[in-house]
Design a protein around this ligand. Structure first.
Ligand code: EPU
Length: 431
């Protein structure tokens, strides 16, 4: 992450005065988790590439720094990124940059495939879990690479990767993306079985296909990649961010508002839309890539279990839980994807929520109201959940942890203000 951005975010808080209904239309940015991996994917190409609809985020700046350190020339004009990876000057990714942004580990697959060597520090864990990379490493070995870890750095070598049939023990998004990128320039055919089916995986495949890669089946459990000798220039538009869209759906739902989100791909939000409908909200796709949410009054509790796509997304768990704190009746939320993703619970409890946690399960008894309080976000989606809860709480909520929020939401408070929310970023009292 850009250090100056991070320091500024650390010394600011968000003040939210809850209880104002929202109205109007909100623009959804390009998907963070597509943009990050597509930027790394550009390393596969020996010619300049253009990415459009790139969200304005601290994580994107972080990935740009890493690519620049590897020799990629980057120009940014609003949401358009021009990447020129023609001359890679080093295959060693710098620790101080990689340790700040896990997604930078994505560089390993493309660097290895194109340059025959990659040295990328292990990204380490983060607030939501240990986040190991052994599935990535095992897959690269199956593609014929020599891979070992020394002094905290993953070293990978292969004069030419060779296509292989690879079964992933778990449909890891990052491992699927790493192996798909590596296989695009391998000799022969690679089949990834039990692959992740997330829309960002399909977006990466489409980006690679637009550069001349031969990939079929992305978005299903089995992806087939026929290696090609090189990839060519492209101009590619990133898909809308389904988690940002889901976050605004929750903002609309918790304030019982009528709002329109656009652009959205409703098929990317099937599990979230189904849950919202089942607890009492009306969701209507419109012809212009829009999605409208309307409240029908009371909403009820439900059961949610996070799962790999197309199951309920772990990235929406905390944010949906904010809504369930005000549902009529009881709810049960089970987090199965990350081992430590309930950091928002004590903070929601500070706001008056009734939640008990046992292991990875949270039991929520709906309460009639939340009340504003000082709270701290522990990770990106936990912080977003606190903002959503604050929109409905009585009085003022002060939210710390904005360095997390700025990693993943572009112009968040401006977009919320555009819908009528009372939300301000102010210096922290003791900054
Ligand atoms: N896992 C392993 N071994 C591996 C790889 C993964 O055990 O080699 C485990 C992880 O520890 C985790 C589970 O598998 O418990 C899922 O991890 P996955 O690899 O699928 O996730 P990721 O690629 O690290 C991406 C997103 C996350 C999102 C997850 C799941 C990016 C940059 N990040 O992470 O996004 O939660 O997929 O959908 O694409 C976020 O945006 O807030 C975020 C955390």
């Amino acid at each position: 992450m850009d250090q100056s951005v991070s320091t500024k975010a650390n010394s600011s808080i968000l003040e939210v005065w809850g209880g104002t209904p929202l109205q109007g239309k909100v623009n959804i940015s390009g998907a963070k988790n597509s943009a990050l991996v597509l930027m790394a994917g550009a390393l596969l190409c020996s010619e300049p590439c253009r990415l459009r609809n790139v969200p304005s985020l601290a994580d994107i700046q972080g990935m740009a720094k890493i690519l620049k350190a590897l020799g990629v020339k980057i120009k940014q004009d609003n949401d358009v990124l021009e990447l020129d990876p023609t001359h890679i000057t080093t295959t060693d990714a710098p620790y101080e940059l990689v340790s700040k942004l896990r997604a930078s580990f994505f560089a390993i697959g493309p660097l290895l495939a194109r340059m025959g060597v990659a040295k990328v520090p292990l990204p380490g864990g983060c607030a939501i879990g240990a986040r190991p990379v052994e599935i990535h490493v095992r897959g690269l070995k199956q593609l014929g690479a020599e891979v070992y870890i020394e002094h905290g750095v993953v070293h990978a070598y292969a004069s030419k990767l060779k296509g292989a049939k690879i079964y992933l023990d778990y449909p890891s998004v990052g491992a699927t993306e790493t192996l798909m990128m590596a296989a695009t320039l391998a000799e022969g055919e690679t089949v990834l079985d039990n692959a992740a089916q997330e829309p960002e995986v399909a977006d990466l495949a489409n980006f690679c296909i637009s550069m001349g890669a031969k990939i079929t089946g992305a978005g299903t459990k089995t992806i087939t990649i026929s290696g090609v000798p090189k990839l060519h220039s492209t101009d590619y538009n990133i898909v809308p961010d389904r988690i940002e869209a889901g976050t605004f759906l929750m903002a609309g739902a918790i304030t019982h508002s009528d709002i329109l989100l656009s652009p959205v791909v409703p098929d990317h939000l099937t599990a979230v839309i189904a849950k919202l409908r089942s607890i009492g909200f009306q969701l209507t796709p419109d012809a212009q890539q829009g999605l409208r949410i309307q409240s029908k009054g009371v909403h009820t509790g439900t059961e949610i279990e996070t799962l790999p796509y197309p199951g309920f997304p772990t990235d929406m768990q905390s944010i949906f839980m904010a809504l369930l704190t005000l549902s009529e009746g009881n709810s049960v939320v089970t987090e199965t994807v990350f081992e430590n993703r309930l950091g928002h619970v004590p903070e929601l409890v500070r706001m008056g929520a009734d939640i008990r946690v046992k292991g990875n399960i949270a039991v929520i008894h709906g309460v009639p109201f939340l009340s504003g309080a000082p709270v701290t976000g522990t990770d990106l989606r936990a912080t977003a959940a606190l903002v959503v809860a604050a929109l409905a709480a009585k009085g003022k909520t002060s939210i710390e942890g904005l360095q997390h929020l700025d990693r993943g939401y572009s112009d968040f408070e401006q977009k919320l203000r555009g819908l009528g929310a009372r939300i301000e970023r102010v210096p922290a009292p003791n900054a």
